[in-house]
Design a protein around this ligand. Structure first.
Ligand code: LLP
Length: 450
């Protein structure tokens, strides 16, 4: 069990984050509640900035906003000097709404719609990361219509199979993303991009997967990419200015997870690019990395209230909480594992073994198997660690559950950054067709609208 960032156990024996007692947070904001340790997020941003841009000025760190994005998060990222990776009109809208500088935004996605592309062109985003030839042609046409040009990176699949869950592997050849290097498709795409009038090809992008611990995978990726840069030069006489290596740096979820050091990661990546550029007599490209999970993952904790406890003697004790796969789909999707403590009994000996169930109508809605806890009872507050990445951003309204609120905690203050959804939010977009109305107005429902 590892405490993260500003976590500590206070003199009441309660878990504290950012100087806030989590039991008080649960009372004030309700549960489930996503609590984000702002200082830890900032420390991670600074670690990245220092390891890359601070040490190697020809590099740039952009936060992969799919991991966790809200207006406040955009402000935080901007204030720490990072750029932003967005993958949809929705993420782009959020960034622009927060006033994030468009030129520091990289627009990804393997199937951007015409509306999304136009939106991004009008906003003048810094780069389009073009995934395929179809997109390249659309972008050329849409730029023509708007009499503008787009600076792009072409996404390629370098053929690296990182050791991670197969759903979050992306660099291998059999992938929906990017143009394959080894079979000539990437070269074809590059030649095509060079022919187009409205496209400025700045470099290539690749992303080999997520939750990666082996730095050799990154080193190998750089080698494959730089070799390819040289090959493109030999064949076309064109040299790239930029190299985007994607994200994927792993974090600690459970004991046994041993993330590498960000400084070491930066040094390996940057020194390999530099060495190869020198060997090939290639001008040093500007290197971009796109961390998501490793900026926010460990900074997030989800607080739940314990409800029913079902003991099947000799089999298992199920402890149900007031959330589940709706606020954290990762265990169901990727068999992801988490550590947790009973926040109001953080000092007590762990005498029991229980499994934490969600409240959705699915047997697979289990958050943690075989967790050691003190004697646990209804009303206890369970704090699940390392839920900052791909939890809020992947949450759903399955079973018509309302998405939790998000608070940023820092120096004893808790600021609401996303309000809890209400029952009215759940029906906000529902429409009753005229023919079903039959003079029956919508009921006025009274009672708790939490
Ligand atoms: N860049 C690109 C192009 C990506 O596709 C991703 C993640 C990232 C950067 C950021 O990767 P990170 O540093 O966060 O690992 N929902 C899954 C993860 C999917 C990752 C998708 N792409 C999960 O919960 O584990």
């Amino acid at each position: 069990m590892k405490l993260h960032g500003t976590m500590q156990v206070n003199d009441k024996g309660h878990l504290e984050i950012g100087g806030c007692d989590t039991v008080d947070l649960a009372k004030e904001f309700g549960t489930p509640l996503y609590v984000m340790d702002e200082q830890l997020i900032r420390e991670k941003c600074r670690e990245y900035y220092g390891a890359f841009t601070g040490t190697y000025p020809d590099s740039f760190v952009i936060y992969a906003s799919k991991a966790f994005l809200t207006l406040a998060m955009c402000r935080l990222v901007e204030s720490e000097g990072l750029g932003l990776d967005v993958v949809s009109g929705g993420e782009l809208y959020t960034a622009l709404k927060a006033g994030f500088p468009a030129e520091k935004i990289y627009f990804h996605g393997n199937n951007k719609s015409r509306e999304e592309v136009n939106f991004a062109l009008e906003a003048k985003v810094g780069r389009f990361v073009v995934d395929n030839i179809y997109e390249l042609e659309c972008l050329e046409r849409l730029c023509g219509a708007l009499r503008t040009k787009a600076d792009i990176l072409l996404r390629v699949t370098p053929g690296i199979e990182a050791h991670t869950h197969e759903y979050i592997q992306t660099g291998q050849i059999d992938s929906k993303f990017g143009l394959v290097v080894s079979n000539g498709q990437a070269m074809e795409g590059i030649k095509k991009a060079l022919e187009l009038n409205n496209i400025n090809l700045k470099g290539l992008h690749c992303h080999i997967g997520s939750q990666i611990f082996e730095l050799e995978s990154y080193q190998h990726t750089v080698e494959v990419m730089m070799d390819f840069y040289n090959k493109v030069y030999a064949e076309t006489g064109f040299r790239f200015e930029e190299l985007n290596l994607g994200g994927g740096f792993g974090i600690y979820y459970v004991s046994g997870d041993k993330p590498a050091n960000i400084k070491t990661y930066a040094a390996i990546v940057m020194e390999t690019v530099r060495r190869m550029a020198e060997e090939m007599n290639y001008p040093m490209p500007r290197v971009i990395v796109e961390p998501g999970r490793s900026i926010v993952g460990e900074a997030g904790t989800t607080l739940y209230t314990v409800g029913s406890v079902k003991d099947i003697p000799g089999v298992r004790k199920y402890v149900a909480v007031d959330g589940g796969m709706t606020d954290n789909p990762r265990p169901a999707l990727y068999q992801a594992r988490y550590e947790a403590v009973v926040a109001n009994k953080a000092n007590q000996p762990r005498v029991d073994e229980v499994s934490i169930a969600g409240k959705c109508c699915e047997s697979g809605d289990m958050l943690i198997w075989d967790l050691h806890v003190p004697a646990i009872e209804p009303g206890d507050i369970l704090a699940v660690f390392c839920t900052g990445a791909y939890n809020y951003s992947m949450s759903s309204n399955y079973n018509r559950l309302m998405r939790p609120a998000v608070v940023f905690v820092k120096d004893g203050h808790a600021d609401l950054v996303v309000k809890r959804e209400t029952l009215d939010d759940l029906v906000r977009n529902d429409v009753i067709p005229e023919r079903m109305k039959k003079n029956k107005p919508l009921s006025v429902v009274t009672g708790s609208r939490q």
